[in-house]
Design a protein around this ligand. Sequence first.
Ligand code: MG
Length: 457
Amino acid sequence: MAGELIISISGMRGIVGENLTPNIAVDFGCAFGTFLKRSAADKNKLAVCIGRDSRPSGQLLKSAVTAGLCAVGIDVVDLGLVTTPGVSIMTRHLSCAGAVVITASHNPIEYNGTKLLLGGGVAPPSDLAWQIRQMYFDKDFDLVGSVNAGKIATNDQTDAVHIEKILAIVEKRSIAERKFKVVLDSVNGAGGRVTKRLLGEFGCEVVAINDEPTGLFAHTPEPLAENLIGLCEQVKANAADLGFAQDPDADRLAIVDENGSYIGEEYSLALAAKYVFGKGAGRAATNLSTSRMIDDIAAAAGCQVIRTPVGEANVVDAMIKNDCIIGGEGNGGVIDLRVGPVRDSLVGIALVLQLMAQTSLTISELASQIPEYYMKKQKLAVDKAGAQRILDEAKKAFPKARIDTSDGCRFDFADGWLHLRTSNTEPVMRVITEAKDKQTAQKYIDLVLSICERVLD
Ligand code: MG
């Protein structure tokens, strides 16, 4: 719930100076470090890398989490001000046992928090995340004495390693030949520095806005249409080929076309997948709440899409098990396992520019080739018992739909789909629907609302 300290499978998030204090961050570091030590096969000294986005509170929280890790005997590699995908890549590159990113992702400046990664740079699956959470609440820490306290080192190679990995999945020269003009809005987050460098490698003319990593966000940081009016205007004013927007930790990407129109976060994964499918990839994985666009693109290329419960760890797990190169989430989260096992806006940027270079089409032409859908998302205030009654009634109301119950209930119809899922952190049910047009999407929403009224009366 907004305003409360939330400790969930995605890590910790709270308001600095109110419910998120240095003491809490120290304990969280102790819990994560203890968890890593107890689960390590090799009991030798373990190292964890840590990075932060640009929020002004990042340094204090990084110091506090670092203190907690060192207190349980974990060595810490401080990566400084870097992106979340950058931290994931360095976790693998440095063979660290895990990582911590100090970020509240797309949330406003008053928030901060942590994202945890395990060895290999992957987000922990929910059972392990709950174990860490429980250790935090129980203060179940294996503190060490002075001689065994963890040591702190620094490493400034994150951007270089990240860019090298991305350049290995595209043809830099073919992108550079097009001399794209790009407007980049990094919302004064962690993405600006490394993304400008990557676009420079691609020979782009870059107009960077909000690129100082001050953490003083120039607009509400979630990369949604209503927050990117300035970017849309700059794309038009500069006659650019396209615009890119990142969230503060640079794992999400939104695209603006050459006419200055926001084309939506769902297109980031769809367009990236279009390029990768064209190269002969067999499968992709994405969550149940992501647009059908990727299914249409996959079908046209003779490829397959695997659907997973919502959550980055679930998508990555399915990608690894099914040998998928590409995957991600509809909120602008593109994952390419050749680069790293987390959502990465720089991967999205590279694959979209490569698609434009290869096809010689504009970004609006490429987007218009993908069948268009209308998506609507809504939250209903309902407790777990009420949510279950709604799910049961919905199953009766849609007997002909194809049903997936791996995460709440997803109903697939010929003309659209409906996904009902409860939140782990709030007493709400999320209702996501997508259809060929607004009226059809509204029809499904209205049906759920009428079930809700009937059941909760
Ligand atoms: Mg983020």
